[in-house]
Design a protein around this ligand. Structure first.
Ligand SMILES: [Fe+2]
Length: 334
């Protein structure tokens, strides 16, 4: 008789993951009413009145303009995917299309907010940052990454069906050890056991971690939305490599510090966690207008919260001199 062998884990190529295919986004129904978002560039004075006025449906716009309705669906669907127009009212927008739209809205808000008030991206691109800020950023990111089990575990417990539970379990398997991976960065930067045990997240970092935990326990669609606006998809590896080379070239921190951080980014991209958010939405069914509004508002608030975290990191760690980690001590010996 052949010896027993432990079974191999089945791959994630399950029907549910495939349902997360971006091509399955769908189209706007012709009874959708759209209004411009504030991210749509203002028309020139004297230009034709806008197609989307928050009152007429797509079918009415096509009729009034003497246009083929499919063409209008295509055109406005493109603007919707980019977050430049938003649905008002109760049309049945396909959930995956809505997810793409809500993600784009969050990215538009992030871009706009950074134009008004540059955050970490601009600082790291310029190279004009202190060693302490760079290490502090890695410390705060490590806190966040280390919280993965606390929110993915809750999401597993609240998943409505078996395929989603299994997908989230795979997500946890891919993420739970990344906090330890990031600790290699921190140790290469010179932090020791005492620093790591003293470190506590900045309150703004904690707020972001708690937003994930809360969503995981109360609203799986919102959780999927957070995954969508945070995780990268496959195909980002070249950008990550280029950013790694640029960052090491700035000479603020040695390669050994940045390497685990960027390797983590590559690994998460390869795992295509963005597909998880699509799988969560694919099973959602039609979302009422009020539900879509609530999701949009929560995702935009979260986007603002992440920028607050970045500004808090800059506020605490930007000076060259100061504590290497944030921690609240009560002993008088330090
Ligand atoms: Fe990760």
């Amino acid at each position: 008789m052949e010896r027993l062998r432990p079974p191999k884990r089945e791959s994630r190529g399950s029907a549910a993951w495939l349902a997360g295919d971006p091509a399955a986004g769908g189209a706007l129904p012709t009874d959708t009413v759209l209004a411009p978002t504030r991210f749509l560039p203002a028309p020139d004075a004297g230009a034709a009145p806008p197609l989307c006025d928050g009152r007429r449906s797509i079918a009415e716009i096509a009729r009034d303009g003497g246009m083929v309705v499919e063409m209008v669906v295509d055109l406005l669907g493109g603007l919707y995917r980019e977050g430049l127009v938003a649905d008002v009212g109760e049309a049945d927008v396909p959930p995956l299309l809505f997810l793409e739209h809500a993600r784009a809205l969050a990215l538009q808000l992030r871009r706009e907010a950074q134009e008004r008030r540059p955050a970490l991206e601009a600082l790291f691109a310029s190279g004009a940052y202190t060693r302490r800020l760079a290490v502090g950023y890695l410390v705060e990111v490590t806190h966040f990454i280390g919280s993965a089990a606390s929110h993915i575990g809750a999401a597993i417990a609240h998943a409505p069906d078996e395929p989603l539970r299994l997908m989230l379990a795979e997500y946890l398997e891919e993420e739970y050890w990344h906090g330890a991976l990031m600790e290699r960065s921190l140790r290469a930067a010179g932090l020791d056991d005492a620093d790591l045990s003293r470190a506590q997240p900045l309150p703004a970092t904690l707020a972001v971690m708690n937003a994930w935990r809360h969503a995981a326990g109360t609203d799986l669609l919102l959780y999927g939305g957070l995954v969508a606006i945070t995780e990268s998809g496959g195909g980002d590896a070249e950008t990550v490599e280029a950013t790694f080379a640029r960052t090491v070239g700035q000479g603020v921190l040695p390669e050994a510090v940045w390497r685990p951080y960027f390797e983590h980014a590559i690994g998460d991209g390869d795992a295509d966690h963005l597909a998880l958010s699509r799988a969560i939405f694919a099973g959602a069914g039609p979302l009422p207008g009020r539900r879509r509004d609530a999701l949009r508002r929560a995702l935009l608030l979260h986007t603002a919260g992440v920028l607050e975290m970045e500004h808090a990191i800059i506020g605490f760690y930007a000076d060259a001199e100061g504590p290497g980690v944030h921690g609240l001590d009560w002993s008088s010996s330090r």
